[in-house]
Design a protein around this ligand. Structure first.
Ligand code: ADP
Ligand code: MG
Length: 690
């Protein structure tokens, strides 16, 4: 059987498409799309439904609208300022609407007298005038075409327009048919769309129903492949014995006594469970779930101390370098406060200089380093441990199979502890994490002051800025969150690039504003996060990259733009960045649109600070399918799937995987040939980069 011919799309570069040259190829590479297969997996981040156009007379401030206009007089280009401003006066009965574009003087070629156009953008009020801000321009016919279907929204990188991406995807879909790899019995049993149909519809859905069906199929695939991969992994594991049996130690009591606080009841109970696991007869496999701020970190540190006193190495992995640094810092401080002097704990990051890394590797191998805190660098090939008996993963949201296989290979089945703020029901946790025991931290430390919330419209911004200014003057710091990195004409939401520039003008010079987003080189990201953590930056304008774990207790305000565009869980994580210290904190959610009702999601988050309750409400809402919100970047390790929202699909796919393996454990039957192939391919491309 010759299966060397892998998916042909893998070996075709994006530049093999018509109209894509070197320059565009480079832009695609920036979003990690090199070949045509990756291009097809570059799923839209959101979908757009074009509104029915209104007449000038019906234009109203505070909303995004599509306005049908007939050009009666050519536009005026004002070149006095920094950028040329193009202004077109659109007249309606009893009302004039001013359409304004920045830095687009060539529009005069399109805005010709007599042209019938649709202008789509935000309508705002400037004094007594109504202004349509930097709208998209369509001919009437173009606009009608767009209205006929749901439009995908991709663009996140400057220069790579939505049009370019969708044209490229369209070409691939027109040229190639996606091969089906699921056995027809599975397709039938679970009522799944065919692969080609699904991939086509996720990019260009005819209607909501098709989109929903396409999504279900692709999510099913992600879970199925995950499950199949996991089953294969598990066969080699034996956790029924404790490979690192331990005895209790007085050092943990010493650490507890020296803390400036008492553990909550939930923390105490969980610590007892962890201690019982590690000193018991089986290998610990424990998932610790606790809302943001519930105090998970100290439990990890206690376990590390227990491991140390039993002569066993411990490794703690965090999802970002800044968080790892922060953990290492607090570990060192707590040990010193407790007078525990002998633990040699290293910090190992991707960005650690090669020379230092080498020394750390040496220490891990000869056992002179007892504990190590870091990022995925902890588990790179070169890291060899003398006696790794405890592996802790903090803020674990990724369920990558490859990652887990590497982890379990580093030690002879070490005790493992996973800490997460995502409240996953037990049935799903069993599938996603394998057979783990669960502890839930359902109690907050008593001294917390609840964050004060406000959901407001864009017209409140000025007041919010003044408020931030005051907080900064009082010595505090603030986060501002925008959904996008760069401006995107097709998707008019706030972006950190423009927003930070604007904020620098709004604030007095003394207030320092910095920018952070996921597309920056990681060295820059670290530096900026570190500066903020050290209090050198007052206001950090960021995308959702800040959502995980970061603990800057001096930050007391977080302002979230286009709050309605985020999922509830994500809003809660973001809010968790403040309210971590002794001072009153505030979360300001700005709606995209001041008119209309407040979306249900925002009312929920405004009235509750309880992450688990919010997650339950979230599921209820999303159960009905919120297809049009911004898709959260694949932080779970899946592209489309969301283990919480897609719980039922996860159960289905898991069942399908079990059935397949029961019938054909090595996947050698002809109907599983393609599947086996895809699985192998995935194992090879799954990478550990976060
Ligand atoms: P998370 O569960 O989000 O990881 P952390 O472990 O970062 O929370 O804890 C958040 C803050 O609360 C830290 O500054 C920590 O020192 C503090 N903390 C932890 N447990 C308690 C407690 N029982 N009482 C008071 N403060 C606590
Ligand atoms: Mg944490």
């Amino acid at each position: 059987m010759n299966t060397t011919s892998s998916n042909p799309l893998n070996s075709l570069r994006v530049s093999s498409l018509k109209g894509i040259g070197e320059k565009t190829e480079k832009l695609f590479r920036k979003v990690r799309v090199d070949n045509l297969n990756q291009l097809l997996h570059y799923y839209p981040r959101a979908y757009d439904v074009f509104e029915e156009p209104v007449e000038v007379t019906e234009a109203r401030a505070g909303a995004r609208q599509a306005v049908a206009v007939t050009v009666t007089a050519p536009p005026v280009v004002n070149r006095k300022g920094r950028v040329p401003v193009t202004v077109l006066n659109c007249r309606g009965i009893g009302r004039t609407l001013e359409a304004v574009w920045y830095n687009m003087p060539y529009l005069t070629g399109v805005l010709k007298k007599g042209a019938r156009l649709v202008l789509r953008g935000n309508v705002i009020k400037k004094g007594s005038r109504l202004v349509l801000e930097h709208p998209q321009v369509f001919t009437k016919e173009e606009y009608e075409q767009n209205r006929a279907a749901i439009q995908p929204v991709y663009g996140l990188t400057a220069g790579l327009s939505n049009k370019t991406v969708s044209k490229a995807v369209r070409q691939v879909l027109d040229r190639y048919v996606m091969q089906e790899y699921l056995p027809s019995a599975v397709l039938e049993e679970y009522g799944l769309a065919g692969r080609d149909e699904a991939v086509t519809a996720i990019h260009f859905p005819k209607d909501e129903e098709t989109l929903r069906k396409a999504r279900r199929r692709l999510v099913f695939d992600e879970f199925l492949l995950f499950r199949l991969g996991l089953f294969r992994l598990k066969s080699g594991e034996d956790a029924s014995v404790n490979h690192y049996p331990m005895g209790k130690t007085s050092l943990t009591g010493k650490l507890l006594d020296s803390l400036p606080y008492k553990l909550t009841g939930a923390q105490k109970k969980t610590w007892q469970e962890i201690e019982a696991d590690m000193t018991g007869s089986k290998t610990m496999k424990r998932l610790v779930q606790g809302d943001v701020g519930s105090g998970k970190t100290i439990l990890a540190f206690l376990a590390m101390v227990l491991a140390f006193s039993n002569g066993v190495q411990a490794a703690m992995m965090a999802p970002t370098e800044v968080l790892a640094r922060q953990h290492a810092g607090s570990f060192a401080k707590l040990m010193s406060d407790a007078g525990i002097k002998d633990i040699n704990c290293a910090l190992l990051l991707g960005s650690t200089p090669a020379k230092v890394k080498k020394e750390i590797y040496k220490g891990l191998e000869d056992g002179s380093i007892h504990a190590v805190i870091g990022t995925h660098a902890l588990f790179q090939e070169k890291a060899v441990y003398k006696k790794l008996g405890l592996v802790i993963t903090d803020e674990q949201h990724r369920f990558g199979v490859a990652q887990r296989s590497v982890l379990s290979e580093k030690g002879d089945i070490p005790h493992s502890m996973v800490m997460s703020a995502t409240p996953i029901p037990r049935t799903l946790a069993l599938i996603l994490y394998g057979d783990m025991d669960m502890s839930v931290l359902d109690e907050m430390p008593a001294n917390r002051i609840p964050v004060k919330n406000a959901v407001v419209g864009p017209e409140y911004r000025k007041t919010a800025y003044k408020f931030i200014e005051k907080q900064v003057a009082a010595g505090h710091q603030a986060y501002v969150i925008c959904p996008m990195v760069e401006p995107n004409e097709e998707f008019p939401v706030e972006n950190v690039t423009d927003y930070s520039k604007a904020l620098r003008k709004v604030f007095p010079k003394e207030i320092s504003v910095d920018v952070l987003h996921g597309q920056m080189p990681s060295a820059d990201k670290n530096e900026i996060m570190q500066k903020f953590a050290d209090g050198q930056t007052d206001v950090l304008v960021a995308t959702t990259v800040v959502e995980v774990g970061l603990d800057v207790s001096n930050a007391t305000v977080i302002l979230i733009e286009n709050a309605d565009r985020f999922g509830l869980a994500q809003l809660h994580q973001l809010r968790g960045r403040v309210g971590r210290g002794k001072d009153q904190s505030y979360c300001i959610f700005i709606k995209s649109d001041s008119e209309g009702e407040t979306p249900e999601r925002l009312s929920i988050i405004e009235s509750s600070n309880d992450g688990f309750a919010i997650a339950r409400e979230d599921l209820k809402i999303r159960g009905q399918g919120d297809l049009f919100g911004l898709r959260q970047s694949g932080e779970s390790g899946f592209l489309l799937a969301d283990p919480l929202q897609d719980g039922q699909i996860l159960l289905d796919a898991s069942k399908a995987a079990e059935d397949i393996l029961e019938k054909d454990p090595s996947l050698i039957l002809p109907e599983h040939e393609m599947l086996s192939f895809v699985l192998k391919e995935q194992a090879e491309t799954d990478n550990l980069e976060l």
